[in-house]
Write a protein that binds this ligand. Structure first.
Ligand SMILES: [Zn+2]
Length: 240
């Protein structure tokens, strides 16, 4: 699979279920994109209030902490804007309401490319397939096709000024069948800095860096990179 050339891409919207999903799944790639001058924005679907093992925060405080941490992590990678849809963590389903909210965000951000989570369960890496990830991925893909481009879908959005928009390409994280890899060795330290900005989720784990590095090295190896190179993998789908 050969994706569109980055030179053809002006704006990218990343839609993910939880704060930190962008950074785990695609942080190195996002850093490469913003370095090239591509505008990247995030839409985070849940407030992340069930995340982590730290019990020092109430559910409500945890949501605030996680939003602040995600904004910090976004800054590290050069992300221009973070929008939160504020669904409850842990109970996400791909409803029409969610789909419509993502259509609105697509029409607002006008992305050429989107990064979303796989709605297909990955049996090799069960943690990539949290039910919220499957739901956010399904709703986002339904929003890309057919709704965001269709003037007859959610007509009240068009009446409020959100004009139809055609997303050209999807990059799917956590897919059981990736068909594209990005060598992120150069931006791996940025990815780690972004992950470390999620203090409530990652500070307790001294193994974070070796763990993320070994996942990335396995991705590199599986794609024929020399030992020690680090990669992120995606299923790239043409939606034009
Ligand atoms: Zn997640």
């Amino acid at each position: 699979m050969t994706p569109l050339a980055d030179e053809e891409i002006k704006r990218i919207l990343v839609v993910m279920a939880h704060p930190d999903d962008c950074d785990f799944g695609a942080g190195g790639t996002i850093a490469l994109w913003t370095k090239k001058g591509i505008e990247v924005s995030y839409c985070i679907v849940t407030n992340g209030d069930q995340g982590g093992e730290a019990s020092e925060f109430s559910l409500e405080d945890m949501a605030k902490v996680r939003q602040r941490e995600q904004r910090e992590a976004g800054k590290v990678l050069g992300v221009s804007q973070v929008t939160y849809l504020n669904y409850r963590d842990g109970s996400l389903v791909p409803t029409l309401e969610l789909r419509k909210e993502i259509v609105r965000e697509i029409r607002r951000a006008k992305p050429d490319r989107m990064v979303v989570q796989s709605p297909e369960r990955n049996w090799e890496r069960i943690f990539a397939s949290h039910p919220d990830h499957l739901a956010a991925g399904e709703a986002a893909i339904q929003a890309v096709y057919p709704d965001a481009r269709n003037p007859y879908a959610f007509t009240d959005l068009k009446e409020s000024g959100f004009e139809p928009w055609r997303v050209r390409e999807l990059w799917i994280t956590g897919s059981p069948q990736p068909n594209h890899f990005v060598d992120i060795t150069e931006t791996f330290s940025k990815k780690m800095d972004a992950l470390k900005a999620h203090v409530s989720q990652t500070a307790h784990n001294p193994e974070l860096e070796p763990m993320v590095r070994s996942w990335g090295e396995k991705n590199g190896e599986a794609n024929g990179l020399v030992a020690g190179r680090i990669a992120e993998v995606f299923k790239v789908v043409n939606t034009d």
